[in-house]
Design a protein around this ligand. Structure first.
Ligand SMILES: [Zn+2]
Ligand SMILES: [Zn+2]
Length: 230
């Protein structure tokens, strides 16, 4: 316990504090919720945005950031490298290790959202939309690796409500996520719902080919990692 690394303590704190902060956000901003339909549209867009962001960060970790990058090296890059090497390893991680980083992201979204809602402080369609967008975006961001975990867990161990969400396409399914692990980990990066895989794959490939003149962006070799360092 005494040797627990700093980033692991941050993980534990984030996993504990995110649900409290999220409920606090909902309670503190109900005054903005005057148009539920606008809030519902915001929530759907927020859920999609969480997926897109999950895919972009996953791509950065897989193919751009070095494994020894400050802060995110162990937290993100080595974690994804280990996951590619042994996909089922995600099923062995505890709550804090699995969800700590995403919960930090969710907390940052909530903090930014609270400031944003102050700017759009007049109750109405815009603030209702933002309320729903931020509520869904923050939960989608915080829970993304939990959904990713469920996509790797044997189906008999996945709770029935979660299986239903997977079948409805509301969270990423084993079939959708399996595409990422079926090749050189060069596409299908989105791990919240998988809705944005095609969009992100297209954007990344087009941008990469324009910048580098290469059609394939999976150029960073994923180095074996020192698991003892994790
Ligand atoms: Zn995976
Ligand atoms: Zn990956």
């Amino acid at each position: 316990m005494a040797n627990k690394p700093f980033y692991r303590r941050v993980d534990e704190l984030a996993v504990t504090s995110f649900p409290i902060a999220w409920l606090g956000y909902l309670a503190a901003h109900t005054w903005t919720l005057t148009e539920p339909i606008a809030a519902s549209f915001g929530a759907v867009l927020g859920w999609a945005c969480a997926d897109l962001v999950s895919g972009f960060i996953h791509w950065l970790g897989d193919h751009i950031l070095p494994a020894d990058a400050p802060l995110v090296g162990k937290w993100l890059v080595q974690s994804f490298a280990e996951h590619h090497d042994r996909p089922q390893s995600i099923c062995e991680h505890g709550q804090a290790e699995r969800n700590g980083g995403p919960c930090v992201g969710g907390l940052i979204v909530l903090a930014g959202g609270a400031v944003g809602l102050k700017w759009f402080g007049t109750p109405g369609g815009v603030s209702s939309f933002l309320y729903g967008w931020l509520a869904a975006l923050s939960v989608g961001a915080a829970a993304t690796n939990q959904f990713h975990h469920y996509a790797h867990l044997p189906s008999k161990l996945v709770p029935h409500p979660v299986l239903t969400l997977q079948r409805l396409g509301l969270i990423v399914s084993p079939r959708i996520h399996g595409k990422h692990h079926s090749g050189p980990h060069a596409d299908s990066f989105c791990i919240t719902t998988g809705w944005c895989n095609r969009l992100l794959d297209g954007i990344l490939k087009m941008t990469w080919s324009r910048l580098r003149g290469e059609s394939q962006y999976a150029t960073k070799s994923i180095r074996p990692i020192d698991r003892l360092a994790l």
